[in-house]
Design a protein around this ligand. Structure first.
Ligand code: NAD
Length: 417
């Protein structure tokens, strides 16, 4: 496993926030409003295990800002999910929804648990208990959860069922649901698809053609696997290496992505696949490529581990917070641009917005319509960031922050703050 940084989610966000706030001369009081979370809920989650014992977990739901609409953000199950990480991720959600200009604020949830150690029934009981404990702050016009690391459409279905048993059938209370329970066509692949659309725009603007170019992806879960599939099938890119928690696989001629997807669908580690050379998670960062895409956890590109040695033309942050601020500065000095998380991976929340809107209207969009709207929305956001970055001589990250901060600050001011 690569070393993850010890720097907290909160401090990662704060240093990047300051740079953008300076760029738009944000008042001191407004900085305080925008950095302070609106509401934090911490709960105990007692779960009856299959052997009869009761195990008690800790869960969080943090609503960072709701000035522009109901709070929105995923729920993560992970042994390292703690208050600080969830707060950092909730904050990013505020900037992400503002940058996409969709009518939501930002939130995140997490339970400190290793779900690989739970049976399916234990996972269901954990989800239902957690939902009961936080449901007082949820609701379609209050706070709408979605999937994140180690949670999926099935987990969202349990959340929907639990929430609806108290409040009546409320599909708009959660997104990322199975399609048969009111989920949106295209939601599952939306984050990966959005990453690809941003890469396509960047490729055209900055002369790094995707066709035939080499892509390395860390993480082969929801985001990484759909991204690999789409880049292979729709962009003609050469996915040369991917990894998961157990290690990676590399083939400089390009991996047979459909074959690898079939292998991973049988719940086998990618490193056990025969179509390439096995690499460790550390070696993955040394593979030369045009596009390096972290799509697993935060804090993986660091000064200590890899920022000085990565050999790529562009880093695309499909994961949330994969690059520490120090590593970000090193990459900038080395002339390696970074497409920031809350632009690159915003496809998921954008299609969650379409899902929410479809549920409220009780009307289903076609998959083509979802993809068309997603492309238009994320491309518009990308163009805004590109233009501001050029105008101010700023990085994409600082420009993206500046646009988002401006929008949230305006909403706060109009509401009287
Ligand atoms: P997931 O649980 O489906 O997949 C995570 C993947 O990362 C798995 O393949 C896992 O094996 C791998 N992984 C975990 N630890 C690793 C390590 N140390 N080294 C290498 N690989 C490792 O999660 P996901 O939904 O794909 O989310 C991935 C990232 O994308 C997260 O940062 C998440 O916050 C972000 N994100 C997800 C969505 C979404 O819609 N799911 C939206 C926006 C952002």
């Amino acid at each position: 496993m690569p070393a993850r940084t010890t720097m907290s989610g909160k401090s990662i966000v704060a240093s990047q926030f300051d740079r953008a706030a300076d760029l738009i001369n944000l008042d001191a009081y407004m900085r305080k409003i925008l950095i302070t979370p609106f509401r934090e809920v911490q709960v105990e989650v007692p779960v009856r295990m299959d052997d009869g014992r009761i195990e008690v977990y800790t869960g969080y739901r943090i609503q960072h800002n709701g000035a522009r609409g109901p709070c929105k953000g995923g729920i993560r199950y992970h042994p390292e999910a703690d208050h600080d990480e969830v707060l950092g991720l909730a904050t990013i959600m505020t900037w992400k929804t503002a940058l996409m200009d969709i009518p939501f604020g930002g939130a995140k949830g997490g339970v400190t648990v290793d779900p690989r150690k739970l049976s399916p029934l234990e996972l269901e009981r954990l989800t239902r208990r957690f939902t009961q404990r936080i449901s007082i702050v949820l609701g379609p016009y209050r706070d709408v959860p979605a999937p994140d690391v180690n949670t999926n459409a099935q987990v969202m279905a349990w959340i929907l069922d639990e929430y609806s048993s108290r409040h009546g059938y409320t599909p708009a209370a959660v997104t990322g649901k199975p399609v048969s329970l009111g989920g949106s066509l295209g939601r599952e692949e939306a984050t990966g698809r959005g990453v690809m659309y941003v890469m396509m725009e960047y490729a055209r603007d900055f002369g790094v053609p995707l066709q035939g170019s080499r892509v390395v992806i860390q993480g082969f879960g929801n985001v990484g696997s759909h991204l690999a599939r789409l880049l292979h099938a729709e962009a003609g890119a050469k996915v040369v290496a991917v990894s998961d928690v157990d290690g990676g696989i590399y083939n400089d001629r390009g991996l047979d992505v459909p074959g690898l997807l079939a292998h991973a669908a049988a719940r086998k580690p990618v490193s056990e696949w025969a179509g390439g050379k096995r690499v460790t998670n550390e070696e993955l960062w040394t593979i030369p490529c045009e596009w390096l895409v972290p799509a697993a956890l935060g804090g993986v590109i660091t000064r200590e581990a890899n920022a000085n040695t990565i050999e790529c033309k562009v880093v695309v942050e499909a994961a949330n917070e994969p690059t520490t601020p120090t590593a970000d500065l090193i990459l900038a000095e080395r002339g390696i641009p970074v497409i920031p998380d809350f632009l690159a991976n915003a496809g998921g929340v954008t299609v969650s917005y379409y899902e929410w809107a479809q549920n409220l209207q009780q009307y289903r969009w076609t998959h083509e319509q979802v993809n068309r709207e997603l492309r238009a929305t994320i491309t518009r956001a990308y163009a805004g960031v590109r233009d501001l970055a050029k105008e101010k001589g700023a990085t994409f990250r600082t420009a993206a922050y500046a646009i988002a901060l401006q929008r949230v600050a305006e909403a706060e001011r109009l509401r009287g703050n």
